[in-house]
Design a protein around this ligand. Sequence first.
Ligand SMILES: Cc1cc2nc3c(=O)[nH]c(=O)nc-3n(C[C@H](O)[C@H](O)[C@H](O)COP(=O)(O)OP(=O)(O)OC[C@H]3O[C@@H](n4cnc5c(N)ncnc54)[C@H](O)[C@@H]3O)c2cc1C
Length: 338
Amino acid sequence: MPSTLADLTTLRLGGPPAELVEAPDEASLIEAVSSADESGKPVLVVGGGSNLVVADEGYAGRVVVVRNGGLTVETDTCGGAFVEIGAGEPWDDVVATAVERGWVGIEALSGIPGTTGATPIQNVGAYGQEVAQTIARVRTWDRRLRGLRTFAADDCRFAYRTSRFKQDPERFVVLSTTFQLTLGDLGAPVQYAELAHALGIGIGERAPSADVREAVLGLRRGKAMVLDPADHDTWSTGSFFTNPILPASEVPDGAPSWGQPDGQVKTSAAWLIEHAGFTKGFGTDRVRVSSRHTLALTNRGDATTTELLELARTIRDGVQERFGVTLVNEPVLVGCEL
Ligand SMILES: Cc1cc2nc3c(=O)[nH]c(=O)nc-3n(C[C@H](O)[C@H](O)[C@H](O)COP(=O)(O)OP(=O)(O)OC[C@H]3O[C@@H](n4cnc5c(N)ncnc54)[C@H](O)[C@@H]3O)c2cc1C
């Protein structure tokens, strides 16, 4: 049984919780959360701990670790597969199963750590796919109304790295998520230039899902974006900062820009960080920018959350000073702030 949040997070940072409960099934998950709510005890829901930065002091409440797994295939006909997945099911196992069974639409999300129930929280995305494209519905425990609530995808308020669940953080516990996936051996049309190039196809073309998965895992490993306990470059939360979405006039000259449906422009946090003078490896022998990915802030073994956040502040303030753009953290900060 883990004893500190450091044991439960991919950054391996964070002090002890006042109380720790593992929830192996849905009933125990609801019970663990609702009994704490009834007694006024704070609750922190933890899946794989891959998007969490927890204070060195730990957590003065009940940490509930989500472990309810299982895949239920509701239909698997020519209309596609509806697959309901328990919140605690490891996400990458789900992607591997989808590729094996010919369920299409999540193959580019290979190699992302954490649980399936966390994927709708920040609308997990990578290499041109995001879960908002394939989620049909999300079943939750509503801590305010103290009852079950199911949201159709349209009601989840999915947007870039966010959702209603992230925006209202103390309210919903995801119990299961249902994906609607098409059937076939070819993956969805590839929308991401680097991935298309790795597969030797053009943007918008398709390749076998198994090849897409292997190509994504290869690209991710090259950037230390697949967990490896022996590799400190992976002791991170993945990207620490989101890509800023700005009015076109505020995007610095020369920075990459991707038009958004609302007329604003998304630019690259990595470009801003590098051009503000923070290159890969920047930092100390205890906390530094990954040597393979500018957006990943890493624990080199014995760091503290305080040190990690100091590094994050130095980078955020440097980018602010150089470009007037305020970077925003992607991981959820618990008991600490930037
Ligand atoms: C090496 C690495 C690479 C990564 N690459 C990507 C990437 O390419 N794209 C991307 O989008 N993300 C990426 N991430 C971030 C992270 O893996 C995802 O956000 C993932 O979905 C988090 O899942 P988790 O189970 O670890 O969540 P946790 O870190 O345990 O929790 C994150 C947040 O979700 C909440 N939460 C977790 N489970 C539930 C639940 N069942 N109900 C309600 N709330 C819940 C927690 O309370 C917390 O607020 C990466 C992280 C790492 C370490």
